[in-house]
Design a binder for this molecule. Structure first.
Ligand code: XIL
Length: 347
């Protein structure tokens, strides 16, 4: 009797599994290849993508964004113009939409960005400030935003693009009004507002060792020595085939690790002059592979984020006329050679 009932239960379970109704994953999911996030996790890294609010109505796009990645960065939604469009009037709707989506998929969020000279609202750029005025404005902006997202943000790009190519400070409104100390202040204010978030400085053209990355190296060393809460250095990694690959990337990552900092490739894309050719796609794939291997070779390189994952939503064509095709998926959401190169590097 008991034996028969067990047999019946067994047969029923087999039926349910065959119909794809079991407790485990549906039958065909078991044969799906691991995602970039799965592969990265085996190395203790994340693999992320930027996204932007207008794209979230595109369901096939959204499906891949939710399945292939374990980290998300809002491409615009957390910038100053979006979050404090008028002085003291905060709007977190765009950032919230992306944070909610990411949390539902158990994806980490990188907050981008608190202090930057670009995409500032008119009320910040359209007048003169005394140092005490701007200090108060900056502190309030940082702390209101970081507090709003407290506990939900894995890492913040606290200051973005603070240096010029030659390693001198960029003459932003913050630098000109407050002096270089605005960077340490920004980090301290952010840390007060969310003590668990990892705090980063972030910039482009810092992948190779050179005057600009040297400036960050010196600053990071100084800030760490002073006990300022700096935890990471973000290398945007907006590369272009026509300018050559930054061959010192791995050594560069390693020297920041030795300072006790995390590093991350935060906004990766590899653009090319159009038209696309097989050769360019192959070279692009090599670069994606090489940068991934560089990150994996350095213990404290914690993850890689592509600056959106499909050419359909890349920022490149709008900003670099005649260039594009920078991402691992094409405009039809089909994987390109770069995608397979990423998989290989992460295997
Ligand atoms: C870009 C966005 O992707 C675009 O949609 C926007 O129009 C301009 O900014 N470095 C950064 C990012 O730190 O914030 C920029 O994002 C790309 C360059």
């Amino acid at each position: 009797m008991r034996k028969n009932r067990l047999r019946l239960v067994g047969a029923l379970a087999a039926l349910l599994v065959a119909a794809g109704i079991g407790a485990g994953p549906p039958a065909q999911a078991r044969h799906e290849p691991p995602t970039l996030a799965d592969l990265a996790q085996r190395h203790g890294r994340y693999f992320g993508s930027a996204t932007d609010n207008p794209e979230l109505v595109d369901e096939p796009y959204k499906a891949l964004l939710g399945s292939e990645f374990d980290q998300i960065t809002p491409g615009n939604g957390m910038k100053w113009y979006a979050t404090e469009p008028q002085q003291g009037v905060f709007d977190f709707a765009k950032g919230d939409e992306i944070v909610d989506l990411a949390r539902a998929r158990h994806q980490k969020v990188r907050g981008h960005t608190l202090v930057w000279h670009s995409q500032l609202p008119g009320w910040v750029t359209g007048r003169e400030w005394t140092a005490p005025e701007l200090r108060a404005v900056l502190k309030k902006h940082i702390q209101t935003e970081v507090r709003h997202y407290r506990g939900k943000i894995y890492a913040w790009d606290v200051v973005n693009e603070a240096f010029n190519e030659d390693g001198t400070y960029r003459e932003t409104v913050f630098y000109k009004t407050l002096g270089p100390g605005y960077i340490a202040d920004a980090l301290r204010w952010a840390h007060q507002a969310d003590p668990k978030a990892r705090l980063y400085l972030n910039d482009y053209n810092v992948e190779a060792i050179g005057p600009k990355s040297d400036a960050y190296y010196r600053l990071a060393k100084e800030l760490r020595a002073q006990g300022v809460p700096l935890h990471g250095f973000g290398l945007q990694t907006h590369l272009a085939l026509q300018y050559g690959y930054p061959t010192t990337l791995e050594d560069n990552l390693r020297r920041f690790s030795r300072l006790g900092l995390d590093t991350a490739l935060t906004e990766v894309d590899v653009r090319m002059q159009l038209p696309v050719t097989e050769e360019k796609l192959a070279q692009q794939a090599d670069w994606y592979r090489d940068m991934t291997e560089a990150c994996l070779a350095v213990r404290r390189c914690v993850g890689i984020t592509v600056w959106d994952y499909t050419d359909k939503y890349s920022w490149i064509p709008a900003v670099f006329p005649g260039e594009g095709a920078a991402l691992p998926w094409d405009e039809q959401l089909r994987p390109k050679p770069a995608y397979f190169a990423l998989r290989e590097a992460l295997k």
